[in-house]
Ligand binder design. Structure first.
Ligand code: GLC
Length: 628
């Protein structure tokens, strides 16, 4: 029989032998006695997906199996954009790839583009149909064509997979509303308030402002529906294996269209347990493991990125802690780094950042961070009272200071942000705003003060230097490559008026880009040139491979952040000055780490460390390696 086996069958058999035990153990933890039945369904889905996999993607599978660390390579550079805001349509994006190539982009995350509900749809995170593209952007075939064009340029297409919920207009929800028991079991619903009230005792609110509470009454069903986010986003019941099989099939279908990385949106929320916050439950990781290993069989080129905006202790599990090591997501957002950058910038003090980064256990060496300065969401001040206390701060007061600072309310603030979701119960005020506006460029340009403009440009570049130097895939948010400011007209679009996150989701300003290209000495020109330079240096720096951890070195001065990376090619020491002052420090510790002479890879300057003191310029980033 073996001699009759086709090459494709052999490949499937070998992969199934390799990875199905991990699918089984993930499923077994959740579905117990039904595991054989579910596994059989999984195999059927995978067999047809593998058979339908186009040839060029099979080649990519082979290439990725030969280079399993592809996402960890310093050449990986991410870019995040809304299709319509970047170039109108999917075909339009394909015609605007030169700009991305000029930035060295190798990973393109197009924000939610599967067909959402009409009207308010949470920026596309309320998906009404997983099998079609949002009207106006193009078709599924356009998506495949774009993916192929991206592949030719060495760019991976990244899409959101909204796993926690679907829109109330999704076919599953409509069938549930119509009374079909199969689909009713896709959701979590209750006849009266007894259970919702019990759950609410420990559930936080994600959108306290425009979607208070976690349950929504559906008149047609006469039931309360679990809706963690907006009332029109219905949470899925992942305890039902049908939901798992549906998503496996959706992933395989999209993977066969050329999607290479799936961003698991709001993954932390998919498992509910009474008496908890219903985030980060162990079953989340069991289910992710089963899904991840299943997808490997049909599409080994594919990777998973976890969108889990959770505490450091909980976050590592998304990259694989304990038994899940190497079996769950390949990548996760480093939210804490992002928050700490803004905190250090406002305070001109990095001590809290040191405490917060020190909290992180080493991540599995096969995984990577998604590092970022800004994304499409607001910034929530994820600073714990314990970390604040360890840095000599009061947590509540510091979070309030950060909100005031970035809303432009604190004396001396350079920032122009907006308060998002003020929660009177906790005092939390999250912040919206573009990177450049938060970093002071908007205020500086209005003042026409050259010194302030220089500082704002330097801040913008230094923040990006940190995320590019940290190790992981830097995710450059559209417009930040040239320092686009807040969109003053954000509220004029229908459906956006209540959600000020749109202030930092502008349309790509191609005229501003052309002006920046034409005048590299202008503020936007300096940002553009500086960003391209950082990206170019990064890709040539092996020390930045993501298998190596960045470790915090206790800083000789509170205004400086010092990171160290110990790669087999040699040590790298990074220094960042979070203040507008020149800082002098003792050179000896740096000489101990690097030897008497170092070169800063960013500026190319050689440094003599066999000296008493060295000076770090305002907002200067340094990537030092030994100068041999
Ligand atoms: C994620 C998205 C956010 C969205 C939420 C609900 O956190 O980043 O934009 O509102 O999920 O889908």
């Amino acid at each position: 029989m073996a001699s009759m086996e086709s090459a494709a069958d052999r490949t499937f058999r070998l992969r199934w032998e390799r990875w199905s035990p991990d699918i089984r153990s993930g499923l077994a933890a959740v579905h117990h006695d039904r595991v054989d039945e579910v596994l059989a369904r999984v195999e059927t889905i995978l067999r047809s997906a593998a058979a339908a996999r186009p040839d060029d993607l099979r080649e990519l599978d082979e290439a990725r199996l030969l280079r399993p660390d592809w996402l960890q390579d310093p050449s990986m550079m991410g870019y995040v954009a809304y299709t319509e805001r970047y170039a109108g349509t999917l075909t339009g994006v394909g015609e605007r790839l030169d700009h991305l190539t000029s930035l060295g982009v190798s990973y393109l995350h197009l924000m939610p583009l599967l067909r959402p509900r009409e009207g308010s749809n949470d920026g596309g995170y309320a998906v009404a149909d997983h099998r079609s593209v949002r009207p106006g952007l193009g078709t599924m075939d356009d998506l495949s064509a774009l993916a192929a064009r991206l592949r030719e340029r060495g760019m991976s297409l990244v899409l959101d997979l909204v796993v926690n919920h679907v829109a109330v207009e999704h076919e599953w929800a409509e069938r549930a509303i119509a009374g079909d028991p199969k689909y009713r079991d896709y959701f979590i619903t209750y006849p009266d308030r007894t259970e919702p009230d019990a759950w609410e005792r420990t559930l936080p609110e994600v959108f306290p402002d425009f979607a208070p509470g976690n349950f929504t009454w559906n008149e047609r069903m006469g039931r309360w529906v679990w809706t963690t986010f907006n009332a029109y986003q219905w949470d899925l019941n992942w305890a039902n294996p049908d939901v798992f099989c549906e998503f496996l099939d959706i992933i395989c279908t999209l993977a066969n269209r050329g999607v290479e990385v799936f961003r698991l949106d709001a993954i932390a929320f998919i498992w509910k347990r009474l008496g908890t916050t219903c985030q980060n439950q162990p079953e989340v990781h069991q289910l992710t493991q089963a899904l991840r290993q299943a997808v490997r069989i049909a599409a080994p080129a594919v990777a998973f990125k976890a969108e889990a905006i959770v505490s450091p202790d909980d976050l590592i599990a998304y990259l694989g802690a304990g038994e899940h090591h190497g079996l769950v997501s390949d990548m996760a957002y480093h939210n804490s780094l992002m928050v700490q950058l803004w905190s250090s910038l406002a305070a001109r003090d990095t001590r809290l950042t040191e405490v917060a980064l020190d909290r992180f256990a080493a991540k599995p060496t096969t995984t990577t961070w998604g590092t970022y300065v800004r994304c499409h969401d607001d910034i929530g001040w994820a600073v714990t009272d314990a970390d604040a206390a360890a840095a000599g701060l009061d947590g509540f007061a510091h979070r309030a200071f950060l909100s005031d600072f970035y809303a432009g309310l604190a004396p001396g603030s350079f920032a122009r942000g907006l308060v998002f979701q003020h929660n009177p119960a906790t005092g939390d005020r999250r912040i919206s705003g573009s990177c450049a506006s938060l970093a002071g460029l908007e205020t500086a340009l209005t003042s026409e003060d050259e010194g302030r403009i220089t500082d704002a440009v330097a801040r913008h570049l230094m923040l990006h230097a940190v995320v590019m130097g940290f190790g992981g895939v830097p995710l450059l948010y559209m417009g930040d490559e040239l320092g686009m400011l807040n969109d003053a007209d954000w509220a004029t679009e229908a459906g956006h008026e209540d959600d000020n996150r749109w202030v930092h989701r502008p349309r790509m300003d191609w005229d501003l880009l052309a002006a920046a290209e034409a005048d590299h000495a202008s503020p936007h020109g300096r940002i553009l040139v500086g960003m391209r330079h950082l990206i170019g240096v990064r890709r040539l720096t092996p020390h930045l491979h993501a298998s190596v951890e960045s470790r915090v070195v206790p800083s000789p001065d509170p205004r400086l952040l010092v990171l160290r990376r110990d790669h087999p090619v040699g040590a790298m020491v990074q220094v960042y000055n979070f203040s507008e002052e020149t800082v002098w420090v003792d050179a000896q510790p740096f000489a101990d780490a690097l030897g008497p002479a170092a070169v800063d890879l960013i500026s190319g300057h050689r440094w003599n460390l066999a000296t008493d003191r060295v000076s770090i310029q305002p907002y200067q980033p340094l990537w030092w390696v030994a100068d041999r």
